[in-house]
Design a binder for this molecule. Structure first.
Ligand code: AHG
Ligand code: MN
Ligand code: MN
Length: 299
């Protein structure tokens, strides 16, 4: 079944369905840039990170399409310093976008993706107010996974650029895989204890450097992704709005959970679009373990 028909059959809010279809239609456009927009641009984003040409390409493609459609009122992206308000917006939706996650991997042909959080209004609200989330993963296949609160569903893009259903009501299984970001030498004591616990239980390491690809793996195979707070960086590296809340919404809807280590990341009220956050995301068992270790550590 095609994405559009599936959204209709599920009784998805029509405006939300239109927005999801709009993102699905940009996948092919973004991919066109993979051959041409290569290498680093000569600019940095608000995080001081060198922007890859493809980061900027994907950002422009998505912002232009959203502005033209007027389907959203607020646009926040990892590559923009400020929130964009769309002139003449038809709907009140807000979107938070990581246009290209894992972009440092483009030059070595590993899987990267586009991450989108869907909010009913302004985006400086907790993730638990979201109406949905989606990500497009550019791997051997190009897939689109979305949730609007009634299950997590995955589609694959055909040669004609249309997405057809691959898996409905995806739920996170139990699995002994862990994806540990940050440098071991910088681990804080409670995090070191957590990682050593997983390793003592025989968890296998899988970490590619692309958050969306690594979380996609955990979503399908079970386990835990973490990019924690570490020495000198209490908030860790990853962004609350562009990585944390969208993938947290997705994994939570699939029966998993997401935490800052101290509590549910989806309960966090952002202070600014550029907020960073420690991330633990995956199976409920692993999340309960880190939260109990943090609690017991008194940090
Ligand atoms: P982005 O390409 O959007 O900047 O994200 C990169 C992030 C995330 O995808 C990944 O998990 C993390 O950076 C990897 O960081 P390290 O290179 O420090 O491991
Ligand atoms: Mn990212
Ligand atoms: Mn990015």
């Amino acid at each position: 079944m095609e994405l559009n028909d599936f959204l209709k059959e599920k009784g998805t809010d029509e405006k939300l369905a239109q927005l999801i279809m709009l993102f699905s239609e940009q996948a092919g456009v973004i991919k066109e840039g993979f051959l041409s927009a290569r290498g680093a641009a000569d600019t940095k984003n608000v995080y001081g990170e060198t922007q890859m040409a493809l980061d900027k390409w994907a950002d422009e493609v998505l912002i232009d399409a959203l502005r033209e459609s007027r389907l959203v009122r607020w646009i926040a992206t990892e590559e923009q310093p400020d929130i964009i308000e769309v002139e003449g917006a038809i709907n009140q939706f807000g979107v938070t976008i990581d246009p290209l996650d894992g972009s440092s991997l483009i030059d070595v042909n590993l899987a990267v993706g586009t991450i989108v959080g869907l909010y009913p209004g302004h985006v400086l609200e907790p993730g638990n107010t979201m109406v949905g989330a989606l990500y497009i993963l550019y791997g051997p296949l190009t897939t689109l996974t979305y949730t609007t609160g009634t299950g997590v569903h995955e589609f694959v893009m055909g040669n004609d650029g249309r997405f057809t259903l691959m898996q409905e009501n995806l739920t996170i299984p139990e699995g002994k895989i862990y994806a540990p970001g940050a440098l071991r030498k910088d681990y804080l004591p409670y995090h070191k204890q957590f990682i050593e616990q997983l390793e003592s239980e025989g968890y296998k390491l899988r970490f590619s450097g692309s958050f969306v690809a690594d979380v996609h793996l955990i979503l399908h195979k079970g386990g835990l992704f973490t990019y924690p707070a570490f020495a000198g960086k209490d908030s860790g590296k990853l962004r609350l709005l562009f990585e944390g809340t969208p993938m947290g919404k997705m994994v939570s809807e699939a029966g998993g959970a997401i935490s800052t280590g101290r509590g549910n990341l989806l309960d966090v009220k952002p202070t600014a679009v550029s907020d960073r956050t420690p991330i633990y995301v995956g199976g409920k068992r692993e999340i309960a373990l880190i939260e109990s270790i943090v609690k017991g550590s008194g940090t």
